[in-house]
Design a protein around this ligand. Structure first.
Ligand code: HPA
Length: 271
């Protein structure tokens, strides 16, 4: 594994970030004003070879954002790339033994709640881990090794959610809150699946984030997660999104997400 490499990157940066940030599809503009101290390709660091996905740079950057030392993953791995949940969560596992204590995850999601509009931001309060319920966990050990049973109640820190709401209020951005359903993709949902997810209590649906949250809780990080709503995912409306639409609308929502994060990160790093 690659803890040594990530630690080498931190040493090269001269910084000791307490916060890590994962930037999802089309959201790179969020950290346009990142003051970079050191960077590396995630694929080299984690020894994963998968084709590029539009909207995902897959770089790890250590630097300052809003004056705060931070480790940023620009892009992530997905189950739909033929990877395991452990592969997807490897960049989070690598944070073990670093100074990072808090993790902020961002993603693009479809809005299941008919009140959600394209461009809205949703703070994740809880999740439905569909791949996880079906056996895809980053915590499954090699055959015969010991298993850790990790509680997931309040996985999304109520205290950090309060800080996020306060930061959004301070910059005048409206922030919804809801339940995120993870599906494996890469096909988008059928109308029946959208009805199923909505009936099960989900407000947004996406193809990422949850394996990373499970790993973060297993290594003791506090978690905050934010979805940008890039498309409506409502059963009786005809359109299913294209990946291009998801990336384009993500980039538009990125400006408001950036405003919230600029206000939030000093609060997260300070306490
Ligand atoms: N479904 C699944 N994943 C997504 C969607 C969606 O509608 N939008 C962005 N990611």
């Amino acid at each position: 594994m690659t803890h040594a490499d990530l630690n080498a990157l931190l040493v090269a940066s001269g910084l000791s970030p307490r916060v890590a940030l994962v930037i999802g599809s089309g959201l790179a503009p969020v950290v346009a004003e990142l003051d970079v101290a050191a960077r590396a390709a995630m694929d080299d660091l984690f020894r994963v070879q998968v084709p590029a996905v539009p909207g995902h740079a897959r770089e790890v950057v250590v630097g300052r954002f809003a004056g705060v030392p931070i480790l940023v993953y620009l892009g992530r791995y997905h189950l739909y790339q033929g990877l395991t949940a452990a592969d997807v969560a490897a960049p989070i596992r690598a944070l073990q033994g670093t100074p990072v204590r808090r993790l902020v995850l961002t993603n693009a999601a479809g809005g299941l709640d008919p009140a959600f509009q394209v461009g809205d931001l949703m703070l994740i309060r809880d999740h439905l881990n569909l791949p996880g319920l079906a056996g895809q966990s980053p915590l499954i050990p090699p055959r015969g090794a010991e298993v850790d049973f990790i509680p997931m109640r309040d996985a999304y820190s109520p205290e950090l959610r309060e800080l996020a709401h306060a930061a959004a209020r301070a910059v005048g951005v409206s922030l919804r809150e809801g339940v995120y359903a993870m599906v494996a993709g890469p096909s988008y949902e059928t109308a029946a699946e959208l009805r199923f997810l909505r009936a099960a209590g989900a407000d947004a649906v996406g193809m990422s984030t949850v394996p990373e949250v499970v790993m973060a809780r297993a290594i003791g990080l506090d978690v905050l997660a934010l979805s940008t709503i890039t498309n409506r995912a409502v059963a009786d409306e005809p359109a299913t999104p294209s990946h291009e639409e998801v990336v384009r609308e993500g980039a538009r929502a990125a400006e408001r997400l950036a405003a919230v994060l600029r206000e939030l990160l000093p609060r997260l790093a300070g306490q």
